[in-house]
Design a binder for this molecule. Structure first.
Ligand code: BES
Ligand code: MN
Ligand code: ZN
Length: 504
């Protein structure tokens, strides 16, 4: 879908082809836009609104086909809810909902009259850009393996034009958002691909695309990992015929000017998690193709920062393995030695994410000496039980970092909820056999997983662990995505850097 911006109100009567959309705040059915449309259509619009209980609630959409006195094929009225409370996330959702409604109707062009938006507390250019951003995000679909979809079920919308006060200003804001959207799509593609297509080596190959954006891409293979002492990660990988990879993405948008330590992101990249010898039940196991969603978020975020030329220095490390049962797989009870020398008794081979992350986190701190370390992982089923699909869980040893991430979550829409850490939880992973075991008791499963990771965080490093098991995949359509991969984390990390670590 091609997106562009025009200056001035859409001359509703004069839009020659396709659909025209206007916005109405809750209860504001007598707005200027509606009055002018009523004048054009002989009152048809107000009659239609009245006869459909339309009051401008957020998410309400009314469609009028072949409106009288207009050239447009369809007029769409979109409810904005309480305008005073509508921020950028609400405008994105309105744009997404509008796209979803029209995508496969057969319309090819949509003109959105953003000048009809009244009473919101955001600048008009931002409102216009974020409406378009919402539509763009919602337009993603992963359809490369659907070869028999009838043409009349495919999306038909080809152009979106947003009319606003200052088209050039809206366009320049949108350009930045478009780079982020492309990166969200890059992540959604990776997360959607099945385990026979995305495995550690193919993920690493895909990462090479980032070199074109000025990212330095380095890949550590099995031999190097063995030499470096990634014993915990290699233990997970040893049952698979697919070679593990650690993909390192270095982005410096400061032109070498930054003498600060980089912000480091670490992602769990289990390209398929069968559970290993502690094998998972068959029902729903196909979902474990998205157990690389943390790594997907990290690569997407670095891509977004590079694509929009952010003035910051960031390093992303993705720990890529496949967790398989086989004659060479690790056994429950095996003891492995991690990169920093700590020993781990592997009680359950399905608690593999922490084994991958601990080596990559220890290595990242050794090599990059970061002051800030954020890891993202689809780490525990218990996280989904705690927070469902609305929030990612956040664990942190640093209140400032936690509040920065929380704020970025609110702004970006990738929301986070903070969870506790503490000694009483930490004790639960002690074992007489080694320095620690890889699982605690059934209760507080997400917290003991976080405690495990904290044992690999050096003193003085501000660290946050984001357990995103409930948010990387959606079984339902929503305002900004079709069911499937959400791209969660890309916008969050991009916003976090923009707010705190980017030179203006
Ligand atoms: N990748 C899973 C976590 C997961 C499970 C994410 C379900 C989303 C939905 C992780 O590797 C795992 O298997 N964790 C175990 C840990 C347990 C063995 C302590 C879990 O959550 O059951
Ligand atoms: Mn597992
Ligand atoms: Zn896993």
């Amino acid at each position: 879908m091609k997106i562009s911006f025009g200056t001035g109100a859409a001359q509703s009567g004069a839009v020659q082809n396709g659909a025209v959309a206007v916005f109405v705040s809750q209860g504001a059915l007598q707005s200027g836009a509606i009055q002018s449309l009523d004048a054009t259509t002989g009152g048809q619009v107000s009659r239609a609104l009245r006869s459909n209980r339309f009051n401008g609630e957020a998410g309400q959409i009314l469609e009028l086909l072949a409106p009288a006195g207009m050239e447009a094929s369809r007029l769409v009225v979109v409810g904005l809810g309480n305008a005073a409370k509508a921020g950028l996330p609400e405008l994105e959702k309105a744009g997404g909902a509008l796209y979803a409604r029209l995508a496969a109707t057969g319309e090819t062009a949509l003109t959105v009259d953003a000048t009809s938006i009244e009473g919101v507390n955001v600048p008009a250019e931002d409102a216009a850009a974020h409406l378009a951003f919402g539509a763009r995000l919602r337009s993603y679909r992963f359809d490369r393996y659907r070869t028999k979809e009838p043409a009349n079920k495919k999306p038909s919308l080809e152009t979106l034009t947003v009319q606003t006060g200052d088209a050039a200003a809206a366009q320049s804001r949108y350009d930045r958002l478009a780079a982020v959207a492309e990166s969200v799509f890059f992540t959604r593609d990776l997360v959607s691909e099945p385990g026979n297509v995305i495995y550690p080596k193919s993920f690493a190959e895909k990462a090479q695309e980032l070199t074109g954006l000025g990212v330095k891409v380095e890949v550590l293979g099995e031999a190097q990992l063995r030499e470096l002492g990634f014993g915990a990660l290699l233990g997970v990988s040893q049952g698979s015929v697919n070679e593990p990879q650690v993909v390192i993405l270095e982005y410096d948008g400061t032109g070498g000017q930054s003498d600060d330590a980089p912000v480091v992101f670490v992602g769990k990249g289990v390209t398929f998690d069968t559970g290993g010898i502690s094998i998972k039940p068959a029902a729903g196991m196909e979902g474990m193709k998205w157990d690389m969603g943390g790594a997907g978020a990290v690569i997407g975020a670095v891509r977004a920062l590079a694509a929009r030329k952010a003035k910051c220095r960031v390093v992303g490390l993705c720990g890529m393995v496949e967790n398989m049962p086989s004659g060479t797989a690790q056994r429950p009870g095996d003891v492995v030695t991690s990169y920093n020398g700590q020993t781990i008794e592997v009680i359950n081979t399905d608690a593999e994410g922490r084994l991958v992350l601990c080596d990559v986190m220890a290595y990242a701190q050794d090599r990059y000496k970061p002051k800030v370390l954020v890891d993202l992982a689809t780490l525990t089923g218990a996280m989904v039980i705690s927070l469902g699909h609305e929030y990612g869980g956040m664990f942190s040893n640093d209140d400032t970092l936690a509040s920065q991430l929380d704020a970025a979550g609110k702004t970006s829409g990738d929301r986070l909820w903070r969870m506790p850490l503490g000694d009483a939880y930490d004790k639960l992973i002690n074992t007489p056999i080694a320095d620690m075991k890889n699982v605690g008791p059934r209760e507080a499963g997400s917290i003991t997983a976080a405690q495990f990771l904290q044992r690999f965080v050096k003193d003085g490093v501000a660290w946050a662990h984001l357990d995103i098991a409930g948010t990387v995949w959606s079984d339902k359509d929503a305002a900004l995505w079709e069911k499937g991969a959400t791209g969660y984390g890309v916008r969050l990390l991009d916003q976090f850097i923009a707010d705190n670590y980017e030179a203006k």
